[in-house]
Design a protein around this ligand. Sequence first.
Ligand code: FO1
Length: 324
Amino acid sequence: MTDRRHVIALCGGVGGAKLAFGLTRILSPQDLTIVVNTGDDFEHLGLSISPDIDTVTYTLSDLADRERGWGRKDESWNFMAALTALGGEDWFNLGDRDLAMHVERTRRLAAGETLSRITADLTAALGIGHPVVPMSDQPVRTVLETAHGDLAFQTYFVRERCQPAVSAVRYVGADVARPAPIFAGLLARKDIAAVALCPSNPYLSIDPILAIPGVREALKALAAPIVAVSPIIGDTALKGPAAKLMTELGARPGVVDLVRHYDGLLDGLVIDHANAEDVTALQALGVHPLVTDAIMRSDDDRARLARETLTLAHGLSQPLPEYN
Ligand code: FO1
């Protein structure tokens, strides 16, 4: 039998990056690939900005601002202050150090390099050993249909502070996008031990990845368990609009409708003690729950939750790579 070793983590920004960090603490770079949502990417002030890739990059390199969740620690904001003084477009905050990332990515994309190549080099430059892979090298842009019209993701998220009610979410470009080469290679491998959906927003972080043609089917065909860590604690999201979006899109905020949303994709779900009463309902939906403290306050919590996620997967398929 093939030795199943490799774990694929599908990841969005802040919450997802924390679990990705935990996974890097317990799995070697050979045994883990982190595939990151690029539906949040946009072009702003002439720069190509990939917020989720950068959040994962800064989190894994311990450069992230832990309070904000996004951007770099020890940041300064001279560029933004100067931009504001000029009457420039200043609703999206780019720190002075963070700016280097966007300038370098923009230069290399304009020179014809792929986002995969650039991400591999920039993460390596910051000392990250684990592969961080964009979901696709083709542009996919999340668009929210709202009472105020269609809003590009960052306009909705940052400028409008997620206030407009959302009636639908679209992933523009997904229909003609392909999984990035390393991601496509993983989907064809025989040694995938588990797929982990990090605690990221289902509509805004995980669905854009699943919207790439063939990805969902290929994940299901891997014969590896697909386990998610719930971004919903009780009936609220720790951060971001996941619970609000569930309500607006006709679901009941909580872990049961989270599983229903994924529509047969999940084999296991890590949930918080606050959702313990939903265990039976989850089992009835064919999903194996693991109840734990699903809030990551410290690095130890991140590693513990990563270990528990793999333990859940372990019970659903064997063997997994060794982890400590
Ligand atoms: N989020 C905000 O709420 N306000 C900002 O001004 C902001 C700037 C920003 C700059 C670079 C970056 O990588 C992320 C940034 N974010 C900001 C976070 C980003 O909008 C979200 O974290 C994600 O796109 C959702 O996962």
